[in-house]
Design a protein around this ligand. Structure first.
Ligand SMILES: [Zn+2]
Ligand SMILES: [Zn+2]
Ligand SMILES: [Zn+2]
Ligand SMILES: [Zn+2]
Ligand SMILES: [Zn+2]
Ligand SMILES: [Zn+2]
Length: 245
């Protein structure tokens, strides 16, 4: 026998021992702490594992991919998650049936999902484009939207984080809402939005911006003063008197 052979056989037995120790400890630690991890280990041939192997029952039951939920042949890999156990290949997504292997999974109620199927089934979808919202969506009228999908009904500018107003259950940016629906100033015909605390004056069914409420003749401000209406115009008392005389 050469030195090399002795060394490799020693290495082998040591490695085997290590695998067993780490596996058992990991499983115990996971159980004790109720850790949210799945532990992959191997059925061991040792006498010490007999009890453990006897208690094994693959969670797929009748659907066990090895055909026997109690199969515990030495060398077969098993997966343990919290209090439940599977054969390695039986630990699979409940929707697409793909073995989870080393990929991440999401447990929900008693089922195991791969990330893709979980997203497909449970993720929040945008009410406008129907695609999954992975992060930072917005809610409007209790419905979820992508930030980029939540736009002004009229000009399509994004409304997330902006001031907007609703009309007939539809959102509009402040500018479009003003253009489309707001009261208009009798003098300048621009909308009176009320946004930013714009003050305005109303008389009968006419409205004016504060700055537009001036005498048609001398252009003096009529805010807080008496005025006389003359057809479409408003006049200060002095100009009205002159006009009448
Ligand atoms: Zn199985
Ligand atoms: Zn899946
Ligand atoms: Zn969308
Ligand atoms: Zn707009
Ligand atoms: Zn005006
Ligand atoms: Zn005047």
């Amino acid at each position: 026998m050469t030195d090399v052979d002795v060394l490799s056989s020693r290495m082998k037995s040591r490695l085997h021992l290590q695998t067993k120790t780490i596996g058992a400890e990991r499983i115990k630690k996971a159980k004790d702490n109720n850790e949210d991890i799945a532990v992959l280990s191997m059925f061991l041939p040792n006498a010490s594992a007999v009890e453990e192997n006897r208690n094994f029952y693959c969670q797929l039951g009748d659907y066990c991919r090895l055909g026997d939920p109690r199969a515990s042949k030495a060398g077969t890999k098993k997966m343990e998650y919290k209090t439940r156990q599977w054969h390695e290949n039986c630990f699979c997504c409940c929707v697409c049936k793909t073995a989870i292997g080393t990929k991440s999974f999401i447990p929900r109620e008693q089922e195991i999902y791969c990330a893709g199927c979980y997203e497909e089934k449970f993720a929040t979808r945008c009410i406008k484009c129907n695609k999954v919202i992975t992060s930072g969506g917005v809610t409007y009228k209790n419905e979820p939207w992508h930030r980029e999908c939540f736009t002004c009904t009229h000009c399509n500018i994004t409304l997330a984080g902006q001031r907007f107003t609703s009309r007939d259950e539809k959102p509009y940016c402040a500018e479009c809402f003003g253009e489309l629906f707001a009261k208009r100033c009798t003098a300048c015909v621009k909308p009176i939005t009320g946004i930013g605390g714009t003050r305005f004056i109303s008389f009968e069914d006419r409205h004016w911006h504060h700055d537009c409420f001036v005498c048609a003749s001398c252009k003096a401000s009529l805010v807080g003063r008496g005025f006389i209406t003359d057809g479409p115009d408003i006049l200060c008392p002095d100009c009205a008197k002159q006009k009448l005389m």
